[in-house]
Design a protein around this ligand. Structure first.
Ligand SMILES: O=C(O)c1ccccc1NCC(=O)[C@H](O)[C@H](O)COP(=O)(O)O
Length: 353
């Protein structure tokens, strides 16, 4: 999950986003599991893959997909064995870190939903204070500084790089440094296992959310914790899921940053109604220029450059490609003085003071 909040004025905090990754696939008649290239996922299979309980519950469907003939005892046994192999295979071998995080997230959300069912969190959502404008905070910061608006990502660790800063204190970083340093919004990677940021930190700093959103429950939950925006990752969601989750977040008054990692995902997202913020994550994309400028302009979207930004040259590069906001984690998290680090990243101070 990623909690997003805007940092607008001294009294008000930055919008937070809750962030997240992908992919499984097809059950063919020969191979039980196969990876697909890129970050595509067949959610019908994937959602089953993420909990053995649900896999078991769905075995009759799977048998249908596998062409199992119920009356044939030997082939039925054979296919049961293949289904078991598939369970073991998918349960034990995520093929990349995004996939691993996503699997874990399904399990975690399913546990959290048992403890705190959706119906029970709807009441606190109704009573939650209004959200702060995440998108408008980005637009204003971009206009004010002439630089891409800065979204500071709060995380103690990175899933791929481990602990980034041993004595990381999210409340201090945000209260004392990021806002003073000129962050327009905050993005809190509220994931304890991989990013070492818990919801309790976010409640303390007013704002929370999720990056690895796989279920509407996470959006409701993040809203009860003070988030202003959520982050949806196209690689782990189907088009229908994106459309649905966008409706849920709109109903709850939240902004949404939809993250893509390649051209194909950008095409999918551009075909979806109601997207104001599209993030290009260069962690696997490597080509920030390759997006559809005309459609983005016509839809008045803000393109957010994400991941691996460390120097003023990096910022200038993505800015030249049309990026109007950047989401930065590691390069600031690792600084002993984040305020100075932010000025160093942009090549000059971007704070108002
Ligand atoms: O941080 C990771 O290792 C990671 C792995 C898999 C999926 C997402 C991951 N991180 C979330 C992000 O996308 C980045 O934290 C975010 O874009 C900021 O990147 P950076 O400035 O490079 O920390």
């Amino acid at each position: 999950m990623v909690g997003l909040v805007p940092v607008q004025s001294a009294g008000q905090r930055l919008p937070f986003r809750v962030v997240s990754p992908s992919l499984y696939q097809g059950i063919g008649s020969v191979s039980i599991r196969r990876s697909v290239s890129g970050l595509t996922m067949d959610r019908r299979i994937n959602s089953r893959a993420l909990s053995l309980f649900s896999i078991r519950a769905q075995q009759s469907d799977l048998k249908e997909s596998l062409g199992v003939v119920a009356s044939s005892t030997s082939s039925s046994v054979e296919n049961d064995v293949r289904i078991k192999e598939w369970e073991v295979d998918i349960a034990d071998s995520p093929s990349n870190i995004l996939e691993e995080i996503t699997w874990f997230k399904y399990q975690e959300v399913s546990r959290m939903k048992e403890l705190n069912p959706l119906e029970a969190i709807k009441k606190p959502v109704e009573n939650a204070p209004p959200t702060r404008g995440f998108v408008s905070a980005l637009r204003m910061a971009h206009q004010r500084t002439g630089f891409p608006a800065f979204i500071a990502e709060v995380k103690k660790a990175s899933a791929s790089r481990g602990i980034l800063k041993e004595n990381f204190d999210p409340v201090f970083e945000i209260d004392q440094a990021y806002e003073r340093g000129g962050a327009a919004c905050l993005s809190a990677l509220t994931d304890q296992k991989y990013f070492k940021v818990g919801f309790e930190n976010l409640e303390a700093i007013r704002g929370a959310g999720g990056k690895f959103v796989v279920d509407e429950w996470q959006i409701y939950y993040a809203r009860t914790k003070g988030t202003d925006a959520v982050l949806l990752i196209a690689a782990i969601l189907t088009d229908l899921e994106i459309t649905y989750l966008l409706r849920v977040r709109k109903m709850l008054g939240l902004a949404a940053l939809v993250e893509v990692q390649d051209e194909r995902e950008m095409g999918r997202v551009l075909g979806t109604e109601g997207i104001e913020l599209v993030g290009i994550n260069s962690r696997s994309l490597g080509n920030e220029e390759a997006f559809h400028g005309r459609q983005i302009r016509e839809k008045d979207m803000i393109v957010v450059g994400e991941s691996g930004l460390f120097t003023p040259d990096d910022i200038a590069y993505v800015q030249a490609a049309g990026v109007k906001a950047v989401l930065v984690g590691e390069s600031i998290v690792k600084q002993s003085d984040p305020e100075k680090g932010i000025a160093g990243l942009f090549g000059r101070k971007i704070s108002q003071t």
